[in-house]
Design a binder for this molecule. Structure first.
Ligand code: PLP
Length: 377
């Protein structure tokens, strides 16, 4: 008789499991206090108050002011809004600078503003997946309007020197946006310390619900409204507030921040154990993403192998991993991220991403390595 193994989820950079406390916190706002938060009557008082509290909680988690937090439908909307909102509220020939390995939410937004006449320049990361301050210095001019560089890359986990990049942008009179979708809830993110002007985040990456996120906009930054309509979100992002999801997002972020140190230590030790076991098993691999990566994001290249075939064989063994960005998996064999690293094709094609989260265990790591051994060797 074939014994079915438990499913192992190792694709936490694609999405995460909803935190049970967040789920419980969401329920009353759908089933009991479901009033429209923007209505003036008593029945809407509680949802309005919940919205206010959620905004305060989220602001506190990233060291912002509550009125600097704008709720959106997720990371994609936050990125679109930041790029387009800045470009179109400052219609001019001043340029946006971004990197060639951003998420498509940023890259395609940049292509969209380019089509409407706003210039964009794309910086290439180094071979470790880092946009260096020197690189930005070479691109930036006093005509730069916005610099947008992600906090950490979603395929590689490589953390960018945001504080330094931000300082350079400000020295030249430019604004700075960071797509921190992979980082928020997984590492310390302090908008005041970083000194960023705009920052994108998405709840489902930090154990919150899907379809909700936020954009931090520093007080004083002018941003064109993303959606025209009602007066929600301080009049610049119309649409009835998704109170349940917003409350769930705040609860999930608060839990993750309160347990950040222990989660980081746990996930880092699983990550180390995985690599030690791979070495012990004699599996030849190259780890991508350099020295400073987010805990748990492990990009591995197997020379001469086919990453997609590895993914499907792992899937048959009950293990979910990725070949790169979830949004990319139907597209090119080699993702734009790996292309930006200028990696040899035989390595790029044989690349997978394992992303461990706080729910993974040592047994999961053992199973992942033993499955990889069977596939690779
Ligand atoms: N930015 C990055 C770095 C991401 O990894 C993702 C999702 O994979 C997004 C943006 C898009 O976020 P969402 O799925 O909330 O639209």
């Amino acid at each position: 008789m074939r014994i079915m193994r438990k499913h192992i989820y190792a694709d936490n950079a694609a999405t995460t499991k909803l935190d049970i406390q967040a789920f419980e916190a969401m329920k009353p706002w759908m089933l009991e206090d479901y009033g429209n938060a923007s209505q003036p009557y008593t029945f809407s008082r509680k949802p309005k108050e919940a919205l206010k509290q959620a905004r305060e909680t989220i602001a506190e988690c990233i060291n912002a002011q509550p009125e600097e937090i704008y709720f959106t439908s997720g990371g994609t909307e936050s990125d679109n809004w930041a790029i387009k909102g800045i470009a179109f509220s400052n219609y001019s020939h001043r340029a946006t600078i971004t990197s060639a390995f951003e998420h498509h939410a940023v890259l395609h937004s940049c292509e969209a503003i380019e089509r409407l006449g706003c210039p964009v320049a794309y910086m290439w990361p180094d071979k470790n997946g880092v946009v260096t301050p020197e690189k930005l210095e070479a691109y930036i001019t006093d005509q730069t309007l916005l610099v947008s560089v992600m906090f950490a890359n979603n395929e590689l986990g490589s953390i960018q020197p945001i504080q330094d990049l931000c300082r350079i942008a400000h020295t030249h009179g430019a604004l700075f946006h960071t797509d921190a979708v992979q980082a928020v809830g997984h590492t310390e993110v302090d908008v005041k310390q970083l000194d960023v002007d705009l920052l994108s985040a998405s709840a489902h990456k930090f154990n919150g619900p899907k379809g909700i996120g936020f954009l931090y906009v520093r007080k004083g930054v002018t941003l064109l409204p993303y959606a025209d309509g009602g007066a929600q979100e301080f009049g610049i992002r119309a649409g009835t507030e998704n109170v349940a999801s917003i409350v769930g997002m705040a609860a999930a972020l608060k839990t993750n921040i309160e347990t950040l140190q222990e989660n980081q230590a746990r996930v880092r030790s699983l990550e180390k154990a995985l690599l030690v076991k791979m070495n012990a098993a004699g599996i030849p691999y190259v780890r991508n993403g350099g020295e400073h990566t987010l805990p748990g994001i492990i990009s591995l290249s197997f020379d001469g192998k086919d990453g997609e075939a590895i993914l499907h064989r792992m899937d048959l063994m009950g293990i979910s991993i990725s070949t790169g960005s979830a949004c990319d998996s139907k597209n090119a064999k080699i993702s734009h991220v790996l292309q930006a690293l200028r990696m040899p094709e035989s390595l790029a094609k044989g690349t997978i991403r394992i992303s461990l989260g706080k729910d993974n265990t040592q047994e999961d790591v053992d199973e992942i390595v033993s499955s990889l051994r069977r596939i690779i060797l």
